[in-house]
Design a protein around this ligand. Structure first.
Ligand SMILES: [Ca+2]
Length: 240
């Protein structure tokens, strides 16, 4: 008998098309209310199936079946048998074994291993520096946004704005500066989309402008204005 194999995460629904030939000698000449249901545990998994009326011995019938795991289903492999029943709950011998894995861990994408080039900018001269996205696989990159964990214009950083820019040709530019106050340095986060053929993913790479050459950046997680708000940057600049 065939086996259904699915990997899903609650509350996803697993769907399967089932084609079944009725036995030549069923209990009735005409069978009504045929449906696919579970033969054994877990009964509380929701099994939805189309129903078939007026089927006759030897007919080929087709069901659309979908299965919802219950919210309490733990991650891991779940197996159970399904069969075709009529409205009187008589089984007709389909007996498919269902193997369904609840796996809620999102698989890594090529974007997760992307890096910025350069990933550290020095010296701190307040000039704009072009940053590229490096992928392990060839891809077309589109920069979506640039944010930074320090204010765009604050004490001790040279009174410059904007600090991140996405050019019309798709290049990302960020400013080689950080606040001289403290020792955290500045972290820029560049969000991007990578496309290779039919596959697309989104990711974020970071670039550090260290406080001094002896320290790596320490990202405080704060997020300030991004490159897509250049007009807002200009407004902010005019307020000073
Ligand atoms: Ca600035």
């Amino acid at each position: 008998m065939p086996t259904w194999v699915a990997t899903l995460c609650y509350p996803e629904r697993f769907t399967q098309n089932v084609i079944f030939t009725l036995p030549a000698a069923p209990p009735e000449k005409e069978i009504n209310g045929l449906y696919v249901g579970t033969m054994d545990e877990p009964y509380r998994w929701s099994v939805f199936s189309s129903t078939v009326d007026g089927a006759r011995p030897g007919d080929e019938v087709t069901f659309d079946v979908s299965i919802n795991p219950p919210s309490y289903a733990p991650e891991g492999l779940h197996t159970f048998n399904v069969d075709v029943f009529d409205e009187n709950e008589i089984a007709y011998g389909l007996n498919i074994r269902a193997e369904i894995t609840i796996q809620c861990t999102v698989p890594p994408t090529p974007c997760d291993s992307a890096t910025a080039s350069p990933s550290v900018i020095w010296p701190v001269n307040h000039k704009m520096v072009q940053v590229g996205i490096e992928m392990t696989e060839p891809a077309t990159i589109a920069i979506l946004s640039i944010e930074q964990n320090e204010p765009v214009d604050d004490k001790g950083d040279g009174k410059t704005s904007p600090d991140g820019q996405i050019l019309e040709d798709g290049r990302a530019l960020i400013r080689a500066e950080r606040s001289g106050i403290g020792t955290e340095g500045r972290t820029y986060r560049i969000k991007f989309e990578a496309s290779s053929g039919t596959d697309t993913c989104e990711g974020t790479v970071s670039v550090c402008v260290p406080h001094d050459r002896s320290r790596p950046c320490s990202d405080n997680g704060r997020a300030f204005i991004d490159s897509t708000a250049v007009v807002l940057n200009r407004n902010l600049r005019s307020n000073h």
